[in-house]
Design a protein around this ligand. Structure first.
Ligand code: HEM
Length: 169
């Protein structure tokens, strides 16, 4: 074969490979975005998530919350060896999920996550207090604030790794 034709057909083969690669990349992207779309559930407009202002509002609250936690010497030592970048991301995901957001929580349950930390009642109250004051800073309506604090309070037995307190009659 003449060198010129060999070169031409090589160019055509390369073009085909490029086209096929693009097609493969596009199909993987389409399948993965469709499947993650299928996993995400609908958001109830009455949920804490929706009323708070969605993930953007939760993210803003968590950023402020951890600034307060890390500035508090009574609890910040818990986070000395913790990657705060990961912790902040996890807290955003966790609260997003428990407030009724579209993405399910994939991390540890609260008992598992805190079981080796030996957290006291006072330390729990300090952390919860920082969340409460964050919500107040953000001018969250008081009924929504109270609802959130009740929900957070419901994790206490797990976070303190103690027996579940029986529900009040
Ligand atoms: C108030 C309710 C609380 C909630 C909703 C909460 C939520 C979380 C979440 C979502 C994680 C990540 C779990 C994972 O890795 O999958 C976590 C980890 C952690 N939490 Fe909490 N937490 C609470 C209270 C506390 C308190 C009171 C303390 C300490 C005073 C604390 C200290 C920590 C630490 C140090 C970790 C990192 C554990 C590790 O990576 O080994 N948390 N928490």
């Amino acid at each position: 074969m003449h060198l010129k034709y060999m070169f031409k057909s090589l160019k055509m083969i390369m073009k085909k490979i490029k086209e096929l690669t693009l097609l493969a990349v596009l199909s993987v992207w389409a399948v993965s975005s469709l499947s993650s779309f299928a996993q995400d559930k609908k958001v109830d407009p009455e949920s804490i998530y929706a009323r708070l202002g969605g993930q953007v509002a939760i993210d803003a609250a968590v950023d402020i919350f951890y600034k307060k936690v890390l500035a508090d010497d009574s609890v910040n030592y818990f986070f000395e060896d913790i990657s705060m970048k990961a912790q902040i991301r996890k807290q955003k995901e966790f609260l997003g999920a428990v407030f009724g957001g579209p993405v399910a929580w994939q991390g540890k349950n609260m008992r598992e996550a805190h079981k080796n930390l030996d957290i006291s009642e006072e330390e729990f109250a300090a952390i919860a207090g920082h969340l409460s004051s964050t919500l107040k800073d953000l001018k969250v309506a008081s009924d929504l604030h109270d609802e959130i604090m009740t929900l957070v309070g419901s994790t206490k037995d797990d976070v303190l790794n103690r027996e579940k307190t029986p529900a009040k009659e």
